[in-house]
Structure formats: structure tokens, C-alpha cells
Design a protein. Structure first.
Ligand SMILES: [Fe+2]
Ligand SMILES: [Fe+2]
Length: 497
């Protein structure tokens, strides 16, 4: 498709009851922006600042390349995307909400059973705005973290996936900015500006959450980030999709359809890295996964280092769930603004007035389970759901090793390991959850987290591999391509600026 402001081919030009996207306005949308002059104007005024941000903080050096991207053209779960070559600055970032269900109710908390709200309840305005801004802030942050990775892409396929994720995180920013402009008046506009001003890792104006100020220095980090940190995003979106504030729910439901691909890139990226390492070890007759120097000499990433990267990204992502015990979380729930993962599938009173939930706590220098009121333990519960969700892909990584006959298994470290938020932030613990003194931690840290020399080794492998069908030596080709194209398709036509 040509990279212009025209509709992607095959799309209808006007919104319909099935939720087709209106491409006649500058900002594609299915929220009837054309008849909402105030919001359309506000978004059109925000647009140049966004493009400016994208050009300075988005993928560095590839803004004139043609990238085989999917663009959302409908909200039908079966056929919402169209594929075609697009120059990223011309991507049609749009406002897409899942269809409105007239009969939807508030499904939990103190307002359970009321009709879902189409406007922001005045008493919850500040709380809701905070939820929108925190979610919104993570979206551009990850683009900033990943902006130099195109230069070391291990293949055009991987490069395309990176850029797909980047443009969609940009769209997620649009989704939150729409809510701010539409429902929060002047302070919403100010928050929307703020989202373009903070910068990942900046000393003066950092992004709001810790993991989004860390570096993503190499492709293994990117895959771990999209596996572990995008999955935190999934859990947050899932609980916001339960919101009694219907526009929030509808926005998050559509964002989740895009998010699935981000986690797929992470899971398969780590899996392909592990697979290549296993292949190389077998070909060289190396059985011992800890024979690190010989394995590295093969030009692949040794499994203990992959484990360290998993330890790092998992523990940073756990911090995103906040304190185990949180009155904010209880207030969000009571107010009907943020529910639990799969709220409507849970069989209980959805009010949690007398229920308890087991929480891991530090009691007299020991990690123990303590029953706490379920309402204040909602962050802990969501984090537990997250851990279960993480385990699935880890099991599939281990299947690859099992099949190759290599005696090594990736494990998720204890939730007490390497934490900066919550119950365990003040202590040091091993990945097995054993408490350590500071001296022990300093001595052992590099066995569990990537060291400077691990980083240097991985960096030495990060050489661009940009010929269609070629893959860097440390990673295997994917089993299937994107949009039924092969692994040798030219996913990016590079024109470097
Ligand atoms: Fe996102
Ligand atoms: Fe994402």
C-alpha cells in the first residue's frame, strides 16, 4: 500500500455499526471524531508534537524505510488488520475502541450492578485520570528504550517485528491521549502534553515507572522485555478492560488484540535464541551448559546468561505491580475503575468485603504467607496471575532444551529476588528466595544478573543482518513468517536517512 494518508486498501470510508474505521479524517477512528469537532481539533493540535516526538525518539535511522506493517482497519477480532509497506512516520495511528455494549454493567466494587458509565463520574475523576496517565506513559517509554535496536537487527523479519511493536505502542499512546482529551478537559490536555515531554531514563523528566527507565541495550533484552514487561502491560490492560468506565474498557479491549503480538515476539525471540544455542552446542559436542567460554566461542548466547537476563527482566516487571498491600488498588476496585484479571469469570461476590488473600511477606526475617484482606491485596493477586501467565512460555522454552537433550531449564526466580518495590525492596535474596547479607549479595550478584562482561559479550554478537532470508548466527529463523510470508520475505526495504 502506498504510504500516504489514504485509507489502506479494502477499508470502508465511513464508520459502520460493525466498527469499521473512518479513514476520511486525518486521525483514523471508530469513535465518530468527524462529528466531535472539539476533540478532533484537540487531537489535531496534539498531532504535530507527536510526530515530532516520533521523529526524534522513534526508531533511529529507519524513518524513510518501507516496513511491512499491519495497520488496524476494523475492530472485528477476525479481520482487523491489513498488511502492506509503510514508511513509519506515515503509519495511520488511529483511535480504535471495541464496540459498545448497551447493556454492559459495572461488574465489581461498590457500584456493582449499575449501568457502565459513558462519562467520568465526578468523584473518581482524579483517580481515573491517574490510571490513564500511568498506562499512557509506558507506551512511548518503550519506543524510546528500543530506538537504537533497528541498527543491530538480526534479520529483516526481526526488524519488522520491532517496528510493528513500536508503531503500535505509539497507537496505544494515542488511545490514552484520546481518553484524556475527550473526558478530562484542560488537565487532560496538560497530561497529554506531559506524555510527550517525559523521556525514558532522563534524570530530570523520567518516565513514571522504573522498568521503563531501564535500558534495552540488545536484542535479547528486547525479547525479554516484550515477553515479561509487555505481559505486565497485558495484565494491567486486562484489569482496566473490566472498568466500569466504559470508554476505558473498550479502549483496553482493543489494545489487547495488538499486545498479543508483542508477547509473541518476545516468546519466540527467546525461544529461537535458545534453539540456536542448543543446536550449536550439539554440533560442537558440548553437553555442559556451564562450559561458557567454549559455548560463547561458537557465537551463541550461553544458557546461564539467558537465565540471568530472564531474572533481570522478570524482577523489574514484578516491580510494576506496585506494593503487595495497597489502599490505592482497593480504592480503584471499590470505585469500579480497575478490576481483577478475568473479573467476570471469578466466582465470588465481586465486592471482596470479607474475603482474604494469601500474601508473601517478610515476617521476622523470613518469607512467609500471610492472609490479608483481599481488597488491599489486589496488586499481589494480579502479580500472582502474571507469574502464572509467565510460566507458560518458560515451559515452552524448556521443551526446546528437552527436545535437544540439553540438561538445563530456565526458571522464574523468587519474587523476593532483586526487588525495588514492595515487601522485599529492603532485603537481598537469592533466586531461590534465600535471604542474604549485603556482602553475600555483592559477591553473588553477577551469578544471577547480567554482568558488565555478559553485556559486552552479547553486544559483540549484535551485528546487523539485513539480507532477506539471512539470520544472525545467534538466533534461528522463525518457523512461520508474518502474514503467511516466508522467513525469507523482504520485511523491510531499507532506505537509510
Ligand atoms: Fe502498549
Ligand atoms: Fe506492547
Amino acid at each position: 500500500m502506498s504510504a500516504t494518508l489514504n485509507a489502506p486498501s479494502g477499508t470502508s470510508a465511513s464508520p459502520t455499526a460493525t466498527g469499521a474505521v473512518d479513514y476520511t479524517t486525518k486521525i483514523p477512528n471508530n469513535v465518530n471524531l468527524a462529528s466531535d469537532g472539539r476533540v478532533l481539533k484537540a487531537l489535531e493540535q496534539w498531532h504535530p508534537g507527536y510526530i515530532d516526538w516520533w521523529m526524534t525518539m522513534g526508531p533511529d535511522g529507519f524513518q524513510t524505510s518501507d516496513v511491512y506493517l499491519r495497520t488496524a482497519v476494523s475492530i472485528d477480532p477476525k479481520g482487523w488488520a491489513k498488511f502492506g509497506y509503510v514508511k513509519m512516520p506515515e503509519y495511520r495511528w488511529g483511535i480504535l475502541l471495541a464496540p459498545q455494549d448497551e447493556n454492559r454493567l459495572v461488574n465489581f466494587g461498590g457500584h456493582k450492578g449499575e449501568k457502565a458509565w459513558q462519562e467520568v463520574p465526578g468523584e473518581y475523576r482524579a483517580m481515573l485520570r491517574r490510571l490513564v496517565v500511568i498506562q499512557g506513559d509506558t507506551e512511548p517509554a518503550s519506543v524510546e528504550q528500543q530506538r537504537f535496536l533497528g541498527k543491530t537487527a538480526p534479520s529483516l523479519y526481526d526488524m519488522r517485528n520491532l517496528f510493528q511493536i513500536n508503531v503500535e505502542e505509539g497507537r496505544h499512546l494515542w488511545a490514552m491521549v484520546y481518553l484524556l482529551h475527550k473526558y478530562f478537559g484542560k488537565d487532560g490536555r496538560e497530561e497529554a502534553e506531559g506524555l510527550l515531554q517525559r523521556r525514558s531514563g532522563d534524570d530530570d523528566k523520567p518516565r513514571m515507572l522504573g522498568a521503563f527507565n531501564e535500558e534495552t541495550p540488545d536484542w535479547l533484552s528486547l525479547f525479554m522485555f516484550t515477553y515479561f514487561t509487555d505481559r505486565d502491560g497485558k495484565m494491567q490492560l486486562e484489569s482496566l478492560a473490566q472498568s466500569g468506565f466504559d470508554p476505558m474498557s473498550r479502549t483496553c479491549r482493543f489494545m489487547l488484540t495488538e499486545e498479543a503480538h508483542h508477547m509473541f515476539v518476545g516468546e519466540t525471540g527467546v525461544g529461537r535464541t535458545i534453539e540456536r544455542t542448543a543446536e550449536a552446542m550439539k554440533a560442537a559436542g558440548i553437553d555442559d551448559p556451564y562450559d561458557i567460554a567454549r559455548i560463547r566461542a561458537l557465537g551463541v548466547i550461553d544458557l546461564p546468561t539467558i537465565q540471568k537476563k530472564a531474572n533481570l527482566h522478570y524482577s523489574l516487571s514484578l516491580d510494576l505491580f506496585g506494593s503487595e498491600i495497597s489502599t490505592n488498588a482497593a480504592n480503584f476496585y471499590n470505585s469500579g475503575l480497575k478490576g481483577r484479571f478475568m473479573e467476570t469469570k471469578i466466582e465470588d461476590d465481586h465486592a471482596l468485603t470479607s474475603a482474604t488473600y494469601p500474601v508473601l511477606k517478610l515476617v521476622n526475617g523470613e518469607i512467609r504467607t500471610v492472609d490479608e484482606p483481599a481488597l488491599t491485596a489486589l496488586n499481589m493477586r494480579l502479580r500472582d496471575d502474571y507469574t502464572k501467565d509467565c510460566q507458560g512460555g518458560v515451559n515452552r522454552w524448556n521443551k526446546i532444551l528437552e527436545k535437544a537433550g540439553i540438561k538445563f531449564a530456565i526458571t522464574l526466580p523468587s519474587v523476593a529476588f532483586h526487588r525495588h518495590v514492595g515487601e522485599f525492596k529492603a532485603i537481598k535474596a537469592s533466586p531461590e528466595g534465600k535471604l542474604l547479607t549485603d556482602e553475600q549479595w555483592i559477591k553473588l550478584r553477577d551469578q544471577w544478573l547480567p554482568s558488565k562482561s555478559d553485556g559486552d559479550f552479547i553486544a559483540s554478537l549484535m551485528k546487523p543482518c539485513w539480507e532477506a532470508g539471512k539470520y544472525a548466527g545467534w538466533i534461528t529463523a522463525p518457523k512461520v513468517g508474518i502474514d503467511n510470508k516466508g522467513s525469507d520475505f523482504e520485511y523491510v526495504k531499507i532506505h537509510q536517512a
